[in-house]
Design a binder for this molecule. Structure first.
Ligand SMILES: [Ca+2]
Ligand SMILES: [Ca+2]
Ligand SMILES: [Ca+2]
Length: 242
């Protein structure tokens, strides 16, 4: 009897594990528009062909804006993972300080105002930003690098709002370089398109995350459930065979 209960419990864990793992949908979205703005030329729209620019020094700033069309994702989806991926390279005025500090890397923030248009966006007419979504840690070689949204998901992003208005706007900037200059260039949607252009990788489920942090079942616990279940079944099988 004890063995049968054990086996039933193990089977249940396997089923729950598989169900949770199979639930996530993955999508790749390409930027529908992007643009950068320059504090040194506050009323003009710099060309983003081929590159977008994010730059900071003691007396000037460049910010890059991105927009993604979320209409393909159901309004009731719960985003479980998100990362903004860019193809570009970074440089800093002092090479020996490339690895630190954290502030010197491009930070990506959520922008509530979706009404901007990349052909007319300027430093003077740009909108503000609210929560930090993630930080990108690019190297000096031209390659892909990612800004993983906080905690792998969207703890700082009320995705319900953006899934309803169907647009996610993001700005990338380097807020504080502690007296050095820091620069990041990346392919724009206009030049890179679906080959090297900005993209957003999203993973979503339809689970209610429930109250409090960590209520969504994270991947490691799914694997753990599966693992415990399979070990339980193997153990039972061995006992029966022996
Ligand atoms: Ca553009
Ligand atoms: Ca929005
Ligand atoms: Ca929608």
């Amino acid at each position: 009897m004890k063995r049968q209960i054990c086996m039933l419990f193990s089977l249940l864990l396997v089923i729950v594990g598989f169900a949770t793992a199979a639930n996530a949908e993955m999508v790749t979205l390409y930027a529908s528009q992007d643009a950068w703005v320059d504090s040194d030329n506050p009323s003009s729209t710099p060309s983003d062909s081929p590159f977008l620019s994010i730059y900071s020094s003691s007396n000037s700033q460049r910010w890059s804006y991105f927009q993604f069309d979320l209409s393909s994702i159901p309004d009731t989806a719960v985003i479980s993972k998100a990362r903004l991926s860019l193809y570009g390279s970074a440089s800093w005025s002092t090479a020996s300080d490339w690895t630190t500090p954290y502030n010197r890397y491009p930070h990506f923030y959520h922008v509530s105002d979706d009404t901007w248009i990349d052909s007319t966006l300027t430093w003077d007419n740009k909108g503000g930003y609210d929560s930090l979504l993630g930080v990108n840690y690019p190297g000096s070689a031209f390659t892909w690098s990612n800004a993983y949204f906080t905690n792998g998901g969207t703890d700082n992003w009320d995705e319900g709002v953006d899934l309803n208005d169907d647009l996610l706007s993001i700005v990338g900037l380097i807020g504080d370089t502690m007296g050095y200059s820091a620069s990041y260039s990346a392919y724009s949607e206009g030049t890179g398109g679906t080959t090297n252009g900005p993209r957003l990788y999203l993973e979503y489920t339809f689970e209610d995350p429930g109250p409090g942090p960590g209520a969504t079942v994270p991947e490691p616990s799914t694997i753990l459930l599966l693992g415990i279940g399979i070990i339980g079944l193997l153990g039972y099988g061995r006992k029966v065979m022996g």
